[in-house]
Design a binder for this molecule. Structure first.
Ligand code: PHE
Length: 343
């Protein structure tokens, strides 16, 4: 048998042996047997000495091809067996830690969620309960119960999305004052976070959809001093003990007297900076003593009980605390913004 035939025989034998193998470990044996230093191929190459240069070249080339083919067969077969073993392992329920996998991107808390949860934490500490109400609201609760009858000019300030006759997307969280008081008796101390909607033209500081947190307290002998003390305590717990608040006269149909609440700029601490537009103050919402008309509407006796209420804009607070310049960012869910907020 010539060397060429011998090589072919080796290739065939190797093929048969590879096919028979069921265990990955035995591949090494085959590799040694055919391709190793003392293996069958080396054996043949040892016999090249007696051949002519031409033949040496031809047989040498063939031997290389055979070597590559055998290696390929071994690789293929061992890969196949590895796959089988892996799927058998997985069937048995054994985790396969050898599989590399991409870790999906982790999510982050939305900045509004972070602010909201901090606010809720502070108010809970002060003894408030937390309630939520419908976003699709009845005109009665959104306006009439709050002393804003149909002819009242304040309705113009609340450009509304009406869904059907008498139903609209709530323009503020204040309707929950009426809903809750109607159902329950004082003493009450409740905060109501929630999404509100107005048909405002959208720009960097106005959204059609935004979050408010309503808060109100009703009991005997509640005064404006209680309102001020509550808001000051909240501000210090929220932004730090050096924080001060200010209240300036304002108007809301459902509170009397009414005020606009500001806090010393949490960014510069009142030293003037671009965030507070060099005023040292950030306006965060409205407040006041609940109007006796509203108390009457829910069946309370204004001679007997009194209360205060406030409503704050969450976007405003988050924009200030985090230096977010455009209110539209809150709705875009861009990971590049969100990944900056780790709770
Ligand atoms: N609801 C008012 C607004 O959206 C804010 C407010 C709430 C004012 C409670 C006074 C008392 O503008």
């Amino acid at each position: 048998m010539g060397l060429k035939e011998e090589l072919n025989v080796i290739l065939q034998e190797a093929g048969k042996e590879v096919k028979k193998i069921k265990d990955k470990k035995l591949f090494d044996e085959i590799r040694v047997k055919f391709l190793g230093k003392k293996g069958e191929l080396k054996n043949i190459l040892g016999k090249l000495g007696s051949l002519s240069v031409e033949e040496k070249k031809e047989i040498g080339q063939l031997a290389n091809e055979v070597k590559d083919k055998i290696q390929e067969m071994i690789d293929e077969a061992s890969e196949r067996i590895e796959k089988q073993e892996r799927s058998a392992r997985l069937k048995k329920g054994v985790g396969d830690i050898s599989v590399s996998r991409d870790i999906p991107p982790i999510g982050y808390y939305h900045p509004l969620t972070v602010v909201l949860e901090r606010m809720i934490g502070v108010f809970k500490n002060m003894g408030f309960t937390v309630e939520e109400g419908p976003e699709l609201e009845e005109e009665y609760y959104n306006f009439d119960a709050l002393n804003i009858p149909w002819y009242h000019p304040a309705r113009d300030d609340h450009d509304s999305f009406y869904i059907s006759k008498g139903k609209l997307m709530r323009t503020h969280t204040s309707p929950m004052q009426a809903r809750i008081m109607e159902k329950r008796k004082p003493p009450l101390a409740v905060v109501v976070p929630g999404r509100c909607f107005r048909r405002d033209a959208v720009d960097a500081t106005h959204g059609h959809t935004f979050y408010q947190m309503e808060g109100f307290v009703v009991d005997k002998h509640i005064t404006f001093a209680d309102l001020k003390g509550t808001l000051l305590t909240w501000a210090k717990m929220m932004f730090g003990p050096q924080t001060q608040i200010r209240m300036r006269p304002d108007y809301f149909p459902f509170t009397e007297p009414s005020g606009e609440v500001g806090v010393t700029c949490p960014v510069c601490g009142g030293k003037l900076c671009p965030v507070c537009k060099h005023t040292g103050w950030i306006e965060i919402g409205g407040c006041g003593m609940i109007d006796p008309e509203v108390l009457k509407n829910v069946g309370y006796d204004p001679e007997n009980v009194s209360g205060f209420a406030f409503g704050m804009g969450l976007e405003r607070i988050a924009m200030t605390v985090y230096g977010i310049r455009d209110i539209r960012y809150f709705m875009e869910n861009d990971m590049r913004l969100l990944e900056q907020f780790v709770k």
